[in-house]
Design a protein around this ligand. Structure first.
Ligand SMILES: [Fe+2]
Length: 298
């Protein structure tokens, strides 16, 4: 009984209408539903929402991971509860297209939802992209957090929730704390990444997958055409091997557009260890460090 995939994130935005326009008109997402102060957006390949925008504040509202169905959800709820993890009761139809879900709080304070969809799993179909957009992401891909302590939450996800450990960046001096961890539930190289920060436990970015590095460049061009500046990239990361660009939405939430994320089929392998400073792995094309603003979270 295990988590199957990273399914969606709901983030907080200061101005719901400005955010809706930015994500739909510029990023190419499609509005699927609105429920009170939450707008649900999808990548367009299916009727499932990938990102929720919730009015008020900034940062993460919650992240959600899917299981195969309601029986699996009930079983996982039982297993987690037996381990002493405080879980809310299973709630029926909590969000559009979701049959049931429960939630827990991870050691870094974020809300982690486990949910079952009420229909078939799906796959992206580009004819269903937003027709007003030149192109759109294929799917939500991963979520990254800043944390005071990388090791503690990484161990919680792997030892308590069943994540597999993909890659780990350790500092040059082995006695110093972990710098960056990458963990997954399926084959996608990282569904969650946790990077050592100095601003508390915060959301660093939500990543969307596009169809190859040339599409990442086209997003950079598209944002430039709108007069919106990207924060970092285009480049290629060491761990995961993915190409990237980072951009902040109108509220300051950081979004990554990424492609070529590695697939790791063997969940029983031990993590690949990288050693060095963040600059050594952030962009393997240049080994230049990320911009100073990259240490900010929301
Ligand atoms: Fe990322």
């Amino acid at each position: 009984m295990s988590l199957m995939a990273f399914d969606h994130a709901v983030i907080r935005v200061q101005d719901l209408d400005a955010a809706r326009r930015w994500y739909c008109d510029w990023l190419g997402l499609i509005e699927l539903a609105q429920d009170g102060d939450i707008v649900y957006l999808g990548c367009g390949g299916d009727e499932h929402f990938d990102l929720g925008l919730r009015a008020g504040s900034v940062g993460l509202d919650h992240m959600a991971f899917a299981v195969a169905g309601v029986p699996e959800l009930e079983e996982l709820h039982r297993q987690y509860s037996e381990r002493g993890i405080a879980c809310t009761a299973i709630e029926r139809a909590p969000e559009p297209g979701i049959a049931a879900a429960f939630r827990l709080t991870v050691p870094t304070g974020q809300i982690f939802e486990v949910m079952a969809r009420d229909g078939r799993t799906s796959y992206p179909h580009t004819t269903k992209w937003n027709p007003a957009a030149a192109h759109a992401p294929l799917d939500i891909n991963h979520i990254t957090f800043l944390a005071d302590d990388v090791e503690l939450p990484t161990r919680f996800y792997c030892e308590q929730l069943g994540f597999a450990f993909s890659d780990l960046l350790l500092p040059p001096d082995a006695d110093n704390p972990w710098l960056f961890s990458f963990i997954r539930v399926g084959e996608n190289h990282h569904d969650i990444a946790i990077v050592k920060g100095s601003v508390g436990n915060k959301l660093h970015h939500v990543a969307f997958l596009v169809n190859g590095v040339s599409e990442v460049v086209r997003f950079a061009d598209r944002l430039g055409r709108f007069g919106w500046r990207i924060e970092a990239g285009v480049g290629r990361h060491g761990p995961g091997g993915n190409s990237f660009l980072y951009v902040r939405d109108p509220s300051g939430n950081r979004i990554e557009i990424t492609a070529d994320v590695a697939r790791l089929p063997n969940r029983f392998e031990s993590p690949r260890i990288w050693r060095g400073e963040l600059s050594a792995v952030f962009n393997v094309w240049t080994e230049a460090p990320p911009p100073a603003s990259f240490g900010d979270g929301t």
